[in-house]
Design a protein around this ligand. Structure first.
Ligand code: AMP
Length: 388
């Protein structure tokens, strides 16, 4: 049989779990013990769990689930188990169902041990455990006869570090706030049984055993599981369903959003184009008008400028004529003076040349006479020679 014992801290679920495990030969799985062992071993999960446990807070799900999966994988409790300290909230309850269904070992039932808050506080603050054999005592309700030693083995008794008033308050609040909704969760599966947890330990155990007999049989659980698996959706089914729903959603979005938006866009586009055309027309008209005015203005400016320019040109022409006249007069006067100077210079040169020529003449005459005499002498000589 696979059973969960649910109860607030101090409800006695640990004690009852031990009795039941012995009675039915079932494995006892206490998540609190598994966590404490992991902390003592300083394993990776233990190191992560330590600060939460010390302050009475819930250890993160991935750590607790990691420990439970590891335990179930190694121990394989085929003859059933009693689980305490897990689940503590709905999400853990769902995870547990998944893990156990995957192992084809669904839960038979959940025993809720109900104890009032005052009794819980008294039990927790007085709780003592033997370090050697694990025997439990309570300073107020079931003290050891040897005070701080175990009656059975003489071992040292110790109080849990998280059994102090502040941490206890925290743990009880956590239970009230997040664990109690699990009663509803299991009640809906018809697996919840509630037992009053106050009174003699053996009487409580007997009440639990009585309730265990009302839980569903293994056969009915397996049949239920088989039915559940029949309705299991395969990954391909899921993929097809998702695809279909996405396609249908897309079709709907297309019809209801995209198509109307497209239509509105086209209409708006048309209106904008029309507006732009009309603006262009108006602007062109205004521009043409403006151009006409400008052209007219330019023409008038050109006319004015031409008139001024012509007037200016006339004045300049007159001025140029006057300057030319003056320059011509000066030039003529200058030319006359130059001509006079040149004429005089020529006259002087001529005079000088004539004078020079007159001085050279007697010498030339003398030379010519000399030449004549020589010629005559030569002729006479020639004639004499011939007569001889
Ligand atoms: P317990 O021995 O069941 O009272 O648990 C001792 C401490 O272990 C708790 O105060 C939590 O810090 C932690 N713990 C035990 N069980 C769980 C759980 N199912 N989920 C998270 N934390 C847990």
């Amino acid at each position: 049989m696979r059973v969960v014992l649910l109860g607030a801290p101090g409800s006695g679920k640990g004690t009852q779990a031990k009795i039941l495990a012995k009675q039915y030969g079932m494995m006892l799985i206490s998540i609190g013990d598994l966590l404490r062992a992991a902390v003592a071993d300083a394993s990776i999960l233990g190191k992560q769990a330590k600060p939460y446990m010390e302050s009475g807070q819930m250890v993160p799900d991935e750590v607790v689930l990691g420990l439970l999966r590891e335990y179930l994988h190694v121990e394989k409790p085929e003859s059933g188990f009693i689980l305490t300290g897990f689940p503590r909230h709905i999400a853990q309850g769902e995870e547990l169902d998944t893990i156990l269904n995957d192992l084809s070992q669904p839960l038979h039932g959940v025993m809720h041990i109900d104890v009032g808050v005052d009794a819980l506080i008294q039990r927790l603050t007085g709780r003592q455990t033997c370090r050697s054999c694990g025997q439990m005592y309570n300073l107020y309700t079931a003290p050891s006869k040897l005070f701080d030693r175990c009656d059975q083995c003489g071992g040292d008794l110790r109080q849990r570090t998280d059994d102090n008033e502040e941490t206890i308050g925290n743990r009880l609040r956590v239970f009230e706030g997040i664990t109690t909704p699990l009663f509803d969760y299991y009640d809906k599966q018809s697996k919840l049984r509630t037992i009053q947890g106050v009174g003699e330990i053996n009487d409580i155990a007997a009440a639990i055993e009585k309730e265990l007999k009302t839980l569903p049989s293994e056969e009915s659980l397996q049949a239920e599981l088989a039915e559940l698996r029949k309705n299991d959706i395969t990954f391909d089914d899921l993929e097809r369903m998702v695809l279909e729903s996405v396609q249908s959603a897309l079709g709907k979005v297309n019809k209801e959003v995209i198509e109307p938006a497209d239509k509105a866009l086209k209409k708006a586009e048309k209106a904008v184009l029309k507006e732009a055309k009309s603006i262009k027309k108006k602007v062109t008209k205004a521009a043409k008008k403006e151009a006409k005015v400008l052209k007219k203005e330019a023409k008038s400016i050109k006319k004015k400028v031409t008139k001024v320019a012509k007037k200016e040109a006339k004045v300049l022409k007159k001025e140029a004529k006057a300057i030319t006249k003056k320059v011509t007069k000066v030039a003529k006067k200058e030319a006359k003076a130059i001509k006079k100077t040149v004429k005089k210079a020529v006259k002087d040169i001529k005079k000088k040349v004539t004078k020079a020529t007159a001085k050279k003449k007697p010498v030339a005459k003398k030379a010519a006479t000399k030449k004549k005499v020589a010629k005559k002498k030569a002729v006479t000589k020639k004639k004499t020679t011939k007569k001889k």
